[in-house]
Design a protein around this ligand. Structure first.
Ligand SMILES: *[C@@H]1O[C@H](CO)[C@@H](O)[C@H](O)[C@H]1NC(C)=O
Ligand SMILES: *[C@@H]1O[C@H](CO)[C@@H](O)[C@H](O)[C@H]1NC(C)=O
Ligand SMILES: *[C@@H]1O[C@H](CO)[C@@H](O)[C@H](O)[C@H]1NC(C)=O
Ligand SMILES: *[C@@H]1O[C@H](CO)[C@@H](O)[C@H](O)[C@H]1NC(C)=O
Ligand SMILES: *[C@@H]1O[C@H](CO)[C@@H](O)[C@H](O)[C@H]1NC(C)=O
Ligand SMILES: *[C@@H]1O[C@H](CO)[C@@H](O)[C@H](O)[C@H]1NC(C)=O
Ligand SMILES: *[C@@H]1O[C@H](CO)[C@@H](O)[C@H](O)[C@H]1NC(C)=O
Length: 681
């Protein structure tokens, strides 16, 4: 069943031709366009030559297809804003966030109290403990394309009390309702975004929906889509141009993604992130506080350093906790002309720049890196046949003119705090994929002291491991992102009062299996110098019921493959529904209250046992590990062989989070070879 899109029917060959032509036209226009200074184009005053040419071209496309859109992708000017037009310094709560968190704490307290009462915690009077105290729980979902989104979805589903299965034995239902902060980056941001902009559906509801997460045909491919697919995307992008803003490839990418993540016709192009703060579920504190991460990338810079500025985008604010920027502005007013932290004299006030899909697209805009590979390998990652060559050529050119970044100009921090803020000198602000500084788990905003997060459940779906025999990626995590965050704060460069527990080197991660099962870091708060860091419950992607290490670049999944990854994530979070450790739900309870138990000096015997089992013991083994070849942790009924290439086995799984019968092969077959592409997220 395909979701209805624009009331269209099957794609005919003549419409394919049209799409091809318009696409070629569209990209060719960029190829001939000359980039012009960006500094004066942000308020519709003087469009660049490139913009003018693009506009003309899209106009002619619109004529061909009879479009007359005003769908709301374009930002628009407002005269009198209800909200404060100013930039604030970081280092403390935004008033609005603080009062929201107050409300959420009551909901979280109820959910966590129920959780602690349900999971068999021994020698622990949970009701008394939770009177007047609520742990601040954070969830962090790493990048890694659809692999990260889907495995992460299984984890969320395991934490969700609305999932009946998660309320049974082994289930962790209620943790999601007890979570205060939910952060996502790149593929993890797609997951967070899919939930928060659609009124917080369950994963099951997303799987059953008509529009969302239909991944059978890649978003690049015209297959299975209306003939208006590409033209309508370009027409929407043009609305932003018309409003006087530069667009980049990230806008196109975002508009494509929106059709998969936003449950509205045409990807709901007028959906904003700030709009989340006025939706009922948010105002009633029925969802956690969402945040997305992206990295700042200076103009002309293609390398992302570990000291790149990490930006946080949430429904209320946009900014960075890093000492370089250390400032926040109102998300709803992004796109407005700021100077020195105030509205510029004669500057415009803008709404609608904070498009929800654009936020998700920005957090996942890794084109530049992809491009380097494509150019080197002339590869085949775009799933969709003939578009491929076109996209590659376009990418190549667009990269040269720095079209491969997300353009967040005008910089709200222009002129603000110039002594510390190196980007205060320019109105330009360009962002890229949040994982490109190697910090692929979105920890940063969960570590700021004023948020006081007690425990972070960090789901790592990074593609790190490289096979020795052939040097190809095998798409399993090896702790690189943990090490990256640790090093960033260890060097003190970007610390700003944040601290992160010690973690070992990646060789130890592999040798001791820390990348293969849940591992806790920072178990002993006394050993952490400086501000207390949250306890980190690291939950790496590993094969439980499926080989869940599909390529980041894989953009097409059959429904049953998608569901296999979601199930695998569920099994990862629940340790095989308690199969691998019946005490796991109680141990997770221990993790939730651990910091407070430590403070009160009341760590229970059971919790000590959990710590012995799950805490990193501080020892290392830094010898070069052998080949990392994890085996399935939960075997289906019949023994499986481990063939080099995927082979379809018949039968059904006994372990299935949602009781769906499907082929017993734990391999997610894929006949496209992505192995030549280096993975970044
Ligand atoms: C801003 O961007 C434009 C090109 O888009 C560039 O010409 C200009 O030098 C940039 N300004 C600064 C201060 O980097
Ligand atoms: C977005 O567009 C739809 C359809 O045109 C409209 O019903 C809705 O009110 C708009 N939403 C916002 C926030 O403008
Ligand atoms: C990051 O580090 C590099 C090299 O170590 C340095 O050149 C650059 O200026 C630093 N950037 C920031 C924003 O501190
Ligand atoms: C760990 O991952 C990084 C990339 O994230 C990779 O460069 C490195 O080779 C990996 N090391 C091992 C031993 O797998
Ligand atoms: C998945 O991991 C297995 C080893 O566990 C490896 O043999 C296989 O090639 C990997 N698949 C992909 C698509 O990377
Ligand atoms: C350290 O790791 C290596 C490589 O995996 C392994 O061969 C060795 O047995 C380990 N040493 C100890 C003491 O566990
Ligand atoms: C799986 O089932 C199909 C038809 O249902 C059959 O053709 C095939 O041989 C079976 N494969 C195995 C490995 O049993």
């Amino acid at each position: 069943m395909r979701a209805p899109q624009l009331g269209c029917d099957a794609t005919s060959s003549s419409s394919l031709l049209l799409v091809t032509l318009t696409t070629i036209l569209f990209f060719t226009s960029f190829v001939h366009a000359v980039p012009a200074p960006r500094d004066r184009t942000t308020t519709g005053k003087q469009p660049t030559k490139r913009n003018l040419e693009t506009r003309d071209l899209i106009d002619s496309i619109k004529n061909i297809f009879g479009f007359n859109t005003n769908t709301g992708y374009g930002p628009y000017q407002v005269m009198t804003p209800a909200e404060t037009v100013s930039v604030r310094r970081g280092g403390d709560f935004a008033k609005e966030e603080a009062s929201w968190v107050n409300g959420r704490m009551k909901v979280a307290n109820r959910a966590l109290t129920e959780y602690l009462g349900r999971v068999g915690m021994e020698g622990f009077d949970y009701q008394t403990f939770m009177k007047g105290y609520t742990p601040t729980v954070g969830l962090a979902f790493s990048g890694g394309g659809y692999r990260a989104m889907l495995n992460g979805a299984g984890v969320i589903s395991a934490f969700d009390s609305r999932n009946p299965k998660a309320m049974g034995r082994g289930g962790l239902g209620g943790l999601l309702q007890g979570t205060t902060y939910l952060s996502g980056l790149s593929g993890g941001g797609w997951l967070v975004g899919s939930m928060v902009v659609n009124e917080f559906p369950t994963i099951r509801q997303i799987q059953n929906s008509e529009r969302m997460w239909k991944l059978e045909d890649s978003i690049f491919s015209p297959l299975g889509k209306s003939y208006k697919y590409y033209p309508s995307i370009f027409a929407q992008a043009k609305e932003k141009l018309d409003a006087g803003f530069d667009i980049t490839l990230t806008d196109i990418w975002s508009l494509m993604l929106s059709r998969v993540f936003i449950d509205k016709p045409d990807g709901g192009p007028n959906t904003t992130l700030s709009g989340v703060s006025s939706c009922r579920v948010f105002r009633n504190f029925q969802m956690p506080f969402p945040m997305f991460l992206a990295n700042g990338r200076a103009e002309g810079d293609t390398l992302i350093h570990l000291n790149a500025t990490v930006f946080e985008i949430n429904p209320l604010e946009f900014g960075s906790h890093d000492p370089s920027v250390n400032a926040f502005s109102n998300t709803k007013l992004l796109g407005s002309d700021y100077r020195d932290g105030r509205l510029e004299d004669g500057g415009k006030l803008i709404h609608g720049f904070d498009n929800a899909a654009f936020v998700m697209g920005t957090s996942s805009s890794l084109f530049n890196q992809v491009l380097i590979d494509i150019k080197r390998n002339d590869g085949n990652i775009f799933g969709g046949g003939f578009i491929k060559g076109l996209v590659i050529r376009a990418l190549e050119y667009l990269s040269k003119i720095e079209f491969d970044i997300a353009d967040w100009t005008p910089n709200p921090f222009f002129g603000f705090n110039p002594e510390q803020n190196p980007s205060a000198i320019t109105k330009n602000l360009t962002l890229v994929d949040g994982g490109l500084d190697l910090e692929n788990i979105p920890f940063n905003p969960l570590l700021v002291p004023h948020r006081g997060v007690d425990v972070i459940f960090a789901n790592d779906n990074s593609a790190d491991v490289v096979r020795f025999d052939d040097g190809l990626p095998s798409n399993w995590p090896n702790g690189t992102s943990m090490v990256a965050t640790y090093q960033r704060f260890q060097r003190g460069l970007m610390a700003q009062g944040k601290s992160f527990p010690e973690v070992p080197d990646v060789h130890t991660f592999i040798n001791k299996g820390l990348n293969n099962r849940p591992t806790w870091f920072g178990c002993d708060a006394k050993k952490i110098s400086g501000n207390p860091s949250p306890l980190i419950v690291y939950i790496p992607n590993a094969p439980y019921t499926a080989f869940s290490n599909t390529s980041t670049f894989r953009m097409a999944y059959k429904d049953f493959e998608r569901d296999m990854l979601i199930d695998n994530g569920y099994m990862t979070a629940t340790q095989g529904d308690g199969e691998l450790d019946p005490e796991w739900p109680a141990c997770v309870g221990c993790a939730v209250v651990h910091r407070e138990m430590e403070r009160r000096g009341t760590v229970t015997e059971q919790c000590r046992k959990c710590m012995r089992k799950y805490c990193w013991d501080g020892t290392t083994n830094s010898t070069r590990p052998g080949e990392y070849e994890p085996d399935l942790k939960l075997q289906p009924d019949r023994p499986i062989s481990r063939p080099n290439r995927p082979v379809a086995l018949n039968g059904t799984y006994t372990f299935s989070a949602h009781g769906i019968h499907r082929p017993a092969s734990p391999y997610i077959e894929d006949f496209t070879d992505y192995s030549r592409f280096r993975d970044y997220a």
